[in-house]
Design a protein. Structure first.
Length: 166
């Protein structure tokens, strides 16, 4: 769980979603450091999820700069699932394969994802992650974040959250 901001993506009426500071991994030094997701809590939730899936935790790869996420696998009765954990907010996402960055290839959470919500994480839906960045209010991201999104051809909320922008 994060030391600071723990709320999920918050609906902003008709404009879509607002994202809290640090959602893209970018910050302004004058605002202070970004919150950090507790990696030990993520690992504990992974093991609870693996038990619920009737399986095991595979390789856990902690975030390295400039990635904004930790990656792990859970292998259960239904096969292997790739789990992403945001480095600055307690958000969980699922993808079909391990990659260096993500855009639109997010999956619906499996039934055993409840183990993460039970541990205080927010499991993001495929619909939230696939939401076009164009649906966000322009003030949602800083000018620098919008510039990075354009430069990296990032078009979805999931791509902005789980990125390797530098």
């Amino acid at each position: 769980m994060a030391d600071d901001e723990t709320s999920p993506l918050i609906s902003d009426g008709d404009t879509g979603f607002t994202l809290p500071r640090g959602a893209t991994g970018f910050f302004r030094p004058k605002d202070g450091p970004l919150p950090q997701t507790d990696v030990r809590a993520f690992r504990a939730a992974l093991h609870a999820a693996a038990r619920a899936a009737g399986g095991t935790v595979g390789n856990v790869e902690e975030r390295t700069y400039p990635r904004t996420f930790h990656t792990a696998t859970v292998t259960g009765r239904a096969g292997e699932s790739v789990v992403l954990c945001h480095a600055h907010h307690p958000w969980i996402a699922f993808t079909p394969e391990r990659r260096y960055w993500y855009g639109e290839e997010f999956l619906a959470p499996p039934a055993w994802a409840r183990a993460f919500t039970d541990a205080g994480f927010v499991v993001l839906s495929r619909e939230q992650l696939a939401m076009p960045l164009s649906g966000l209010h322009p003030s949602t991201l800083t000018e620098g974040e919008w510039r990075e999104a354009r430069y990296h051809d990032t078009t979805t909320v999931g791509g902005a959250l789980f990125n390797v922008w530098d």
